[in-house]
Design a protein around this ligand. Structure first.
Ligand code: ADP
Ligand code: MG
Ligand code: ZN
Length: 522
């Protein structure tokens, strides 16, 4: 193992790095499929089960055990390939990738090598164009192949959780054999300074797509989606963004930052590697082709292991599995099951809901799209649904460092609650500030909106006599304001409405109070 650089690596100012060099990226994303059973055996795949409770002779690699391909996993692989605009191989095989690691009980990983199930596709991703709008960047896909996950090692006793410094290690094979799809891009050039943003947008678009296909949980924090980010730099051929001529310039040496496990980290890791490569190259050094580890806390990468292109995995076709040969009819039938592409769906919903670009971006960033869609389906207006979800619930979810969907689910706070809350506003039972109090109560676990409104006695004064009495009292107490209104200054009514609200402890209908005041003073 060679270490040429440490965590005290020099980095160049990012803008300077981009002015001098052209970044090229390659993203390898592993997606764990959400099948009920593993890729080649009937073991369960539930996350968080007791260690080594979901294993059998096949996924433990015991002598004589024979694998059988999971048909649902193959179906998901084909649907993923189609959604990525790939060609689907009419015939392909699995291959053994031989290497030794304790978390891999068979000492080889059943994967695909030169015969991937799908290849040559693309995915369009949206990036900001710097003028408040968005722009499309097309990422070319090299291949998306099937393989199986490894087990998980747990290093006990060290400070970092890494093997260095640990007293001993444990291994859990529950994950060994869970179906994975590895999606590999072609080298991504031409993104220039936006390379880190494109990397993040790509992983994010891929995550949306997997969700829409319903083939994976895609939880980066749980490892059901993981990204390795390859980065290299080329000296700029000319001024401005990468010119066509740049296509002829050979690629620089790449590093591969492994297992980056959040969207934000993908962006940061790529940005860091660009700045680090630039410092090395500008200083006359050369980049070592190696894997790197990303450190979330310090925001740097450190050297992993040296990795040549010609690593000898002694790949050979898996003799225990039959080839996968989906008929064209089968592939076309699966194409019919593809969902509306996420970006198109967002555009359709934005039009239906009449949101501005900014409103839509906030909704997407808050992860509230599905929640709002369901709330609108239950009768709330799109603006009201957005207002309620992006208000207190989002604030509390952020405070708890949870995403909104998970936060709401855990609380049992559903689109039906938001629809009921808004229903009370529309029906004139609650005004806005009362509705906020009800929402607070619901989020504090006091019950459903109607229960909370009942329990807290929140109800607009509908009783005209009581409202009229309050109005008369306020007019009598403010003769000069009343005179102004009589004199034609209707906007002065605001001051009186405020006092009516105060007198009724906020339970009056402000619109009705205004009508009454004006009727009495004209
Ligand atoms: P490995 O087996 O080393 O992981 P892969 O072919 O699986 O190799 O993935 C390498 C990734 O890096 C691909 O996305 C590829 O397009 C990309 N890539 C290859 N060469 C370069 C380079 N010089 N700079 C940046 N990315 C590269
Ligand atoms: Mg790879
Ligand atoms: Zn098993």
């Amino acid at each position: 193992m060679t270490t040429t650089s440490t965590s005290t690596d020099e980095v160049m100012d990012y803008d300077e790095a981009i002015a001098r060099f052209d970044p090229v990226m390659g993203l390898e994303v592993h997606v764990e499929l959400n099948t009920a059973t593993k890729m080649f055996c009937g073991c369960a795949t539930a996350f968080g089960a007791p260690p080594n409770s979901q294993v059998c002779p096949v996924c433990l690699g015991l002598p004589g055990a024979l694998p059988v391909v999971n048909a649902t996993a193959v179906e998901s692989a084909i649907r993923i390939g189609l959604a990525l605009h790939c060609e689907i191989a009419p015939w392909c095989r699995f291959a053994r990738k031989n290497y030794f690691y304790p978390d891999m009980p068979k000492n080889f990983q059943t994967s695909q090598y030169d015969e991937p199930i799908s290849f040559d596709g693309w995915l369009d991703v949206e990036v900001e164009d710097g003028a408040g709008g968005t722009e499309i960047f097309r990422v070319e896909i090299e291949r998306a192949h099937m393989e199986e996950d490894t087990g998980k090692s747990l290093h006990i006793g060290g400070a970092t959780g890494r093997i260095q410094g640990a007293d001993y290690s444990l291994v859990d094979y529950n994950r060994a054999g869970i179906p994975l799809i590895e999606i590999v891009t072609k080298p991504i050039a031409g993104a220039g300074e936006r390379a880190p943003e494109v990397a993040r947008a790509y992983v994010s678009a891929l995550r949306d797509l997997m969700r829409a296909l319903d083939v994976s949980d895609v939880k980066m924090e749980q490892g059901s989606m993981r990204c390795d980010a390859n980065v290299s730099l080329r000296v700029r051929a000319g001024d401005g963004p990468t010119s066509a001529a740049q296509l002829d310039v050979p690629l620089g040496t790449r590093t591969e930052t492994k297992n980056v496990n959040s969207l934000r980290s993908v962006e940061r890791a790529v940005r860091y590697e660009i700045a680090r490569h630039a410092a090395v190259l500008a200083g006359g050094g050369s980049i070592l082709q190696e894997t790197r580890h990303w450190h979330e806390d310090t925001g740097v990468t450190t050297s992993g292991r040296e990795k040549s292109d010609a690593e000898d995995y002694r790949y050979f076709p898996e003799p225990d599995l039959v080839p996968v040969a989906p008929s064209r009819e089968r592939v076309e039938a699966l194409r019919q099951t593809l969902p509306e592409p996420p970006a198109e769906r967002r555009r359709r919903l934005q039009t239906d809901w009449g949101y501005s670009d900014l409103e839509m971006r906030d909704v997407v960033n808050a992860g509230a799209l599905e929640l709002i869609e369901q709330t609108v389906a239950l009768g709330a207006s799109a603006q009201a649904a957005r207002k309620w979800w992006l208000g207190e619930p989002s604030r509390r979810a952020n405070g708890a460092a949870q995403d909104l969907v998970a936060y709401a689910a855990q609380l049992g706070f559903a689109p039906a609650d938001v629809a009921a809350l808004e229903g009370m506003v529309v029906a004139g039972r609650l005004n806005d500030s009362m509705a906020r109090q009800v929402l607070d109560g619901v989020l504090d676990g006091e019950g459903h909106p109607v229960q909370v409104a009942d329990a807290r006695g929140l109800e607009l004064v509908q009783d005209d006599a009581a409202l009229e009495a309050a109005v008369e009292q306020v007019i009598a107490a403010n003769p000069d304001v009343a005179d102004k209104i009589r004199g034609g200054k209707a906007q002065a009514a605001g001051a009186l409405i405020g006092q009516v609200m105060k007198a009724t402890k906020g339970q009056a209908d402000a619109g009705k109070a205004r009508e009454l005041i004006l009727a009495k003073l004209q």
